[in-house]
Design a protein around this ligand. Sequence first.
Ligand SMILES: Nc1nc2c(c(=O)[nH]1)N[C@@H](CN(C=O)c1ccc(C(=O)N[C@@H](CCC(=O)O)C(=O)O)cc1)CN2
Ligand SMILES: [Mg+2]
Length: 289
Amino acid sequence: MAKIIDGKALSQHCITQMAGDVQALKENGIVPGLAVIIVGEDDASQIYVRNKHRKAEKIGINSIVIRLSTETTQLELLERISLLNHDPKIDGILVQLPLPSHINAEAVLDSITPEKDVDGFHPVNVGKLWSNRAEIVPSTPFGIMKMLEFYNVDPTGKNAVIIGRSTIVGRPMAAMLLNANATVTIVHSQTKNLQEITQQADILVVAIGRSEYIKAKDIKAGAVVIDVGMNRDINNKLTGDVDYEDCFDKASLITPVPGGVGPMTITMLMQQTINIAKRRALNDTGNKR
Ligand SMILES: Nc1nc2c(c(=O)[nH]1)N[C@@H](CN(C=O)c1ccc(C(=O)N[C@@H](CCC(=O)O)C(=O)O)cc1)CN2
Ligand SMILES: [Mg+2]
């Protein structure tokens, strides 16, 4: 029988620690600041942004949310980002994805100054991650690394298989597991004999976007199974990419959906905002000398 990796409980544990860190920063005159920009009316995005704002406030981070209409032009968005790039009170800038189709998301993300790119999507931060000298990393895989650490899963020498090659999850997850000394394989929609590879995984991270795609027959006995999927069925019920019930007895550890990876994504965003503010605190001290 698998043990459940409880993302909600771990998230709460991290929040308590972070609130203490923010208090200490404030005593040194630094208030961490996070700016989240949302363009358009996507329902799910609205909820995630609201949750980010609430969690930030709970920890003591100064959170601002900039809500822009669907008709916002790319130029208007770039101008907003430029103002935030130069705002000394803002440590982290995040543009909620997806953006409306008339906006070039890459151009927008690339315009965020790398030091404030709290999502870790800027090519400079991607390059640093792959060079194993990361400062800011994408929150979803960062949350997964925290989960592994908290549940005493050392990736060293393990076979880690990631299903999915997105820039938000699959690719940065591969870099982080590689940096943690795992033997890493990425599989994706074009991979031949995918199941033969997933069956070898000691750590399996599933981000393929297909409801309950991974079954017990696809995993190794004792595998650690991390489900990044979020799929809505016709009754609006949330399902993961892993058939949780089917895999439960065969895995050693497994994340539920909801209550696994999702809550840690937002919590790790807060951690990165605090980390950037800590670097600002160090620089401020340096400047005063
Ligand atoms: N700029 C970004 N955009 C997006 C990111 C991101 O990291 N940066 N990730 C996702 C959305 N996302 C955060 O932004 C996110 C998604 C889901 C959850 C979450 O807590 N999920 C819950 C279930 C919620 C539900 O019922 O719908 C869970 O899994 O328990 C948090 C954050 C895309 N965009
Ligand atoms: Mg089921």
